[in-house]
Design a protein around this ligand. Sequence first.
Ligand SMILES: [Zn+2]
Length: 437
Amino acid sequence: MDTLFSNITVVTMDAAMHVYPSAFVGVTDGKISYLSKAAPQEKPTQIINGEGMVLMPGLINCHTHLPMSILRGYADDCDLATWLNDYILPREDHLDGRSVKAAALLSIAECLRFGVTSVSDMYMFSDEIAQAVAESGIKANLGHSCTLLTEDFDWLHDPGFAQTVALQEKWNGFDDGRIRVDACIHAEYTSNYQLWEALSEYAASNGLGMQLHLSETASEHEGCKDKYGLTPAQLLDCHHVFDVRATAAHCVHLEPEDMSLLAHRKASAVHCPVSNLKLADGCADVVAMIKAGMNVCLGTDSSASNNNLDLFEEMKAAALMAKAKSGNAAALPVEAVLMMATVCGARAQGRQAQCGQIKLGMDADLIMLNFTAPHLIPCHNVLSHLVYAASGHDVVMTMVRGKILYADGQYPTIDLGSVVHELSLHAIGQVFREEKD
Ligand SMILES: [Zn+2]
């Protein structure tokens, strides 16, 4: 046994939502090898004293754009179209591979700091993002965000399609599946059927999932209906986008028929309540999606529209938004919210056999929270505290496959000093400095 967590409160996230006070969890060769109320006979290499601590599965952030940490706080208090067209897209033109890699590493450090062990990301410069993921030790499903704004599509020469192929060939399955590659359609309104069909066919024939933004704003949803006579979900379904394991971010304006369709296709919705609230997109009807049979997980979206990657904040926002939308204080109980951040996220990523629970044989993707701080005392209900009282700042250790990637302010796999230095040297940092002068 490599590591033993002793006398620790264990939130298993198993089907019965078992919580074991003062239990023991062992890790061997990156897997969970021991779970008991009694100490093991076997002597571990290292013991982590868990008194006053809570151990739970690492959280899974199913919608990020990691490099956008570089644009955090650049544009606030505007709607999605203004935010994107007037602020974000012009600045993204200044990005290059080096700045993207540094910004991605910064976001990965933030994820690990806040207890996230796996992300689903879509962006450009995918090779550099994959390098950052590979070096850091975090898990990721990566997609190259594809758009097609002309009627001419030639899959042999389309840059987005070529990047998807390159990403798949180089990185899919890296480190025994720590990196998985998904195909990625940025959104219905930024592409057309030629790209949808080409990517869907490529995903199906290579065993990839599909990531996309779906019905994020009312104008995008209604615009699609005006143009095609179908909702975005119905339209994309006609072009086979949901034939593979699909992860649809936002789903704010889905209609009941869309929810039934997506449930039938086994598509996952990524609920991003903080970003949706901040951009005034609206409130997704999570309860209706779950009732329709959809798998609903959680995402932060980018730190340029959130403005952090703290999935604990997202859990609380999801619970509160469901109450406000339904007028029912019991709309989304803490157990359901915690499932969204763990088990449902693993399912969305196609990783449900490896992570999302503390269970023998699963990967040791574990996080430890310090429950001795004033805001977590007394603790009548651990699950309640995790959703309503704790934050990412209470995470003191993050482990992926048995390796500690964050503990007590230290990042053993990320040189944060040189990441910050690299960012300060790069184009977009200079743009900011010029504008400030
Ligand atoms: Zn997004």
